[in-house]
Design a protein around this ligand. Structure first.
Ligand code: SAM
Length: 325
């Protein structure tokens, strides 16, 4: 069992397989970074898998593949099947923008994938285009339908932004409800890579919009999930992820691995240790030692605070496209 320096059990590993993305979302990667990590610095799937085996052997039972856009990485389905074949009861999921799902959903399902979280910030083609800085909506919606068709579990992620998509909170809920899937609203997390003028919505503002149409009931957190669940009067369940509140940090069960091999204990902070050398040398003991060192120093909580100042102190320098959000 993996236990961190604050006594929390860590059983959840998020693996970013690429920092590259085919969208340029205003809140994440509005401009292509000055330079990408050179391909030769990326860990191969075999190298990532070596670490994943160590993590699974030590207690990880939930793995999410993310990015950047994970579906851009070639042979992702083979990587999924490597993990699935090693331990088939791992809760194996992907977070994706859905753009390439129409063609890939079946292969991913056949490889052993169980679930997908798909980002959907708008149902209006022009607004989706404004956020992603690309005409994306039609393909994303097709991707969602295809994923459901092949039997993958699907959840929707929406990041509500003031003056951009804040009037679509109910629409996205109705869309999700009509497909029998759950939506999770994510508070915009300030970071130094996003467009500066963006204004996110606080959790209570998101809930207020929903209350304009529905009476809602709080259900509570689902285990160690950062999502706080609610139910509408007609029985539809949705989630709210509000990192500014910190209250889920006390049950945080996750660590993150980047495509370059940095093991990150908290999404907010820059601190990380590399497992690259260990896995390149096939050194299982070394990889395990790095893992334990990272756990020992996992911060107690993130430092997103509610502020309208956008002052540098409130802003994480971590790029979500490196860590996988
Ligand atoms: N490309 C994939 C996608 O779009 O889902 C996976 C990577 S993306 C970094 C993972 C999640 O992080 C997405 O749901 C995205 O909406 C969320 N995200 C990215 N930047 C964010 C920010 N600044 N605040 C809140 N959520 C963010």
């Amino acid at each position: 069992m993996l236990i961190d320096g604050h006594g929390r059990v860590v059983n959840y590993l998020r693996v970013s397989v690429t920092e590259r993305c085919n969208f340029r979302c205003q809140y994440c990667m509005p401009e292509k970074p000055f330079s990408w990590t050179p391909n030769e610095n990326l860990l191969s799937f075999n190298e990532l898998f070596l670490f994943i085996k160590v993590a699974i052997d030590e207690g990880v039972n939930k793995i999410r593949i993310t990015g950047g856009e994970p579906l851009l990485r070639e042979d992702l389905d083979k990587f999924i099947s490597m993990i699935h074949n090693y331990k088939s009861d791992i809760d194996l999921a992907i977070t994706t923008n859905g753009y390439l799902l129409d063609t890939m959903a079946k292969r991913l399902k056949d490889a052993g994938l169980k679930r997908l979280n798909i980002s959907l910030d708008s149902l209006k083609p022009k607004v989706a285009q404004k956020i992603a800085q690309k005409d994306v909506l039609e393909r994303v919606l097709k991707g969602i339908d295809r994923a459901l068709e092949v039997g993958l579990g699907v959840k929707i992620n929406m990041v509500p932004l003031k003056g951009i998509n804040d009037n679509e909170i109910i629409d996205i809920m109705e869309y999700s409800k009509s497909r029998g899937i759950k939506v999770r609203y994510i508070e915009y997390m300030e970071n130094s890579h996003a467009i500066e003028s963006l204004q996110g919505m606080h959790g209570k503002e998101i809930l207020a919009k929903i209350k304009e149409k529905y009476r809602i009931y709080a259900l509570g957190r689902e285990g160690a999930s950062p999502s706080f669940n609610y139910k509408t009067e007609d029985g539809y369940e949705f989630g709210l992820i509000d990192p500014h509140k910190h209250d889920f940090c006390e049950s945080c069960n996750r660590i993150r691995l980047t495509a370059e091999g940095f093991l990150i204990p908290c999404l907010y902070f820059d601190e990380a240790l590399s497992i690259a050398k260990s896995v390149k040398d096939g050194d299982i003991k070394g990889a395990s030692e790095v893992l334990r060192e990272v756990l020992k120093n996992k911060p107690k909580e993130n430092r997103w605070t509610i502020s309208n100042s956008n002052s540098q102190e409130d802003i994480s320098t971590r790029a979500f496209y490196e860590t996988g959000g």
